[in-house]
Design a binder for this molecule. Structure first.
Ligand SMILES: C[S@@+](CC[C@H](N)C(=O)[O-])C[C@H]1O[C@@H](n2cnc3c(N)ncnc32)[C@H](O)[C@@H]1O
Length: 512
């Protein structure tokens, strides 16, 4: 089948060229009409148009056309693999799965099969729906810090997307899921892409271990160097007499509120090797503030889940109201199609959040580490970053973590610093004012942080040309502008450490 797909040029470049940018972009937004219109005006089908129509656009294909597009696999082969089924009308065949291309970490692209989405198949999704590569899958893949490791885990693998990325930098990967159907898709995808993923199709086990089971059950007692998980984190109202079949397995772990996420955050460190880290996507409930004077503290819940020695970094990317949350997840599973059921479910979400006094729901990235010698400088960090960041962001997170580890082992006062290339300074002042009211530094790359500077830090940064050490600059500034302020040096020092940790200031390594 891989040979057929390759012969059909079922790859990103050929598909984009065939459809044109506009129709291709629409397809990425799950809008099929522009691509279907391109297909409709073709003089004759090609293996590429047939494959695209069948597996991505929900087109029913005549036997002859299908046989021509898959000469090696044949119709019997596709049917035997469970990829197609006869359509209701006449001699036509339709897809049972979605199949699309994805950039691998090697030169070659991979093909990833998953269940058909709501835009490709009529009706509400099946409850054991195996998710394709969605925005959340890509976000986690792009956020993952990727050191070369011995043993990695993808918990809740779905179609296997995170595991495929792990294979590029882990000797062995364990991929778990509570759904046998998901593991079936992962296995199919591994075999289909064995060349690009550098695995032996006759001995998958040598590099990949697929295990059925819930949360930590299939891996208890083991220690991983790296864990990634895009878990079923969606907060869903529970109801009496609920069965497994009532839940969408891909998004709902069957626990109340954010308990599935809190369980993972508190238990994942127990299966990390010393120095090993875990990264996951998560939702967390944010309790309503006690009175209007106070603002909601989004960090309170996540903070309470951390075991004493775990290092953590939570980046909150979004915060939404209970109503926005309910609408998003009702839409996601096409539950909006039956107005009565929609109203009932919407109300259930609101009652559920109200029962725990939830005022908002946070979404973001979680990084956890079991400390080890030389890998313990991060501590516990919470950042809210709601604006667009550079993607892939993983290498920037790697940098921040290694800088924090280095700083923990060195004396900052001895460093000679320069300002990072991507940093610019902004000064804002009221018209006619003599001095700027606000001075800030902006980072152009990575997390694109902004730092508001006081006078001391402004002076410090402008003098960072690598010539003087941090301690010399602090002493000089203290004598110039810090006289009479006993806190001056320590406050400045604290600001400098933050600017180094966040990548605004770098050590001038080569010259010293
Ligand atoms: C949001 S999907 C993520 C799929 C894939 N890893 C990705 O990044 O796109 C969550 C996956 O977790 C699985 N899952 C649900 N409950 C689970 C549990 N209790 N233990 C392990 N996996 C679970 C689902 O079957 C689903 O495949």
């Amino acid at each position: 089948m891989a040979g057929d797909l390759r012969r059909a040029a079922f790859n990103h470049e050929a598909i984009t060229e065939f459809l044109g940018d506009t129709a291709h972009d629409a397809l990425l937004r799950d809008q099929l009409i522009p691509a279907l219109r391109t297909l409709a005006v073709l003089d004759a089908p090609t293996p590429l148009s047939t494959t695209l129509g069948l597996f991505m656009l929900g087109v029913e294909v005549p036997e002859g056309e299908l046989a021509a597009a898959f000469p090696a696999t044949g119709i019997a082969g596709l049917h035997g693999l469970g990829l197609i089924e006869p359509a209701e009308s006449g001699e036509l065949w339709r897809a049972r799965v979605d199949l699309r291309t994805h950039a691998s970490d090697a030169d070659e692209e991979i093909w990833v099969a998953s269940d058909l989405g709501a835009h490709q198949r009529a009706g509400v999704l099946r409850h054991d729906h195996v998710l394709g590569i969605g925005q959340a899958s890509l976000t986690l893949a792009q956020t993952t810090v990727r050191p070369q490791v011995r043993y990695a885990l993808d918990l809740g693998t779905g179609c296997g997307i995170q595991a495929f990325h792990l294979l590029s930098h882990a000797d062995r990967v364990v991929a778990t899921d509570i759904s046998a159907r998901a593991l079936g898709f992962t296995r199919f995808n591994l075999l289909l892409n064995h060349q690009a993923l550098a695995i032996d199709p006759h001995d998958l086990q040598a590099r990949v271990d697929l295990r059925l089971g819930s949360l930590l059950d299939p891996v208890r007692g083991e220690e991983f160097d790296l864990i990634v998980s895009n878990p079923p984190f969606v907060i869903t109202p529970r109801f009496a007499g609920e069965q497994d079949a009532d839940r969408f397995t891909y998004r709902d772990g069957g626990m109340p509120g954010d308990t599935l996420v809190s369980t993972l955050v508190s238990s994942l460190p127990s299966i990390l090797a010393p120095g090993g880290s875990a990264q996951m996507l998560a939702n967390w409930e944010i309790t309503e503030a006690v009175d209007e004077e106070q603002s909601r503290d989004w960090t309170a819940g996540p903070r309470s889940w951390l075991s004493a020695d775990t290092e953590a970094w939570f980046i909150q990317r979004e915060m939404v109201s209970p109503t926005e949350y309910a609408e998003t997840w009702l839409r996601d599973a096409s539950q909006g199609r039956d107005p009565l059921a929609f109203a009932e479910q919407y109300g259930a979400y609101l009652d559920d959040f109200a029962s725990r006094n939830v005022g908002a729901i946070g979404f973001g990235m979680v990084w956890l580490r079991r400390p080890a010698e030389g890998k313990n400088g991060m501590g516990v960090n919470f950042e809210a970053i709601g604006y667009p960041i550079e993607q892939p962001i993983g290498s920037y997170l790697t940098r921040d973590i290694s800088v924090a580890d280095e700083l923990a082992a060195r004396d900052v006062r001895d460093l000679h610093l320069v300002v990072a290339e991507d940093v610019t300074e902004e000064r804002h002042q009221r018209p006619g004012a003599e001095h700027p009211g606000v001075i800030l530094l902006r980072q152009g790359a990575g997390l694109r942080r902004t730092e508001i500077l006081d006078t001391a830090l402004t002076g410090f940064v402008s003098a960072c040309d690598g010539d003087l050490s941090v301690s010399s600059l602090v002493i000089a500034l203290n004598s110039l502008i810090g006289e009479g302020d006993p806190e001056f040096s320590s406050r400045l020092h604290e600001g400098v450490v933050r600017l180094i940790k966040h990548g605004f200031l770098l050590e001038m390594r080569n010259n010293r």
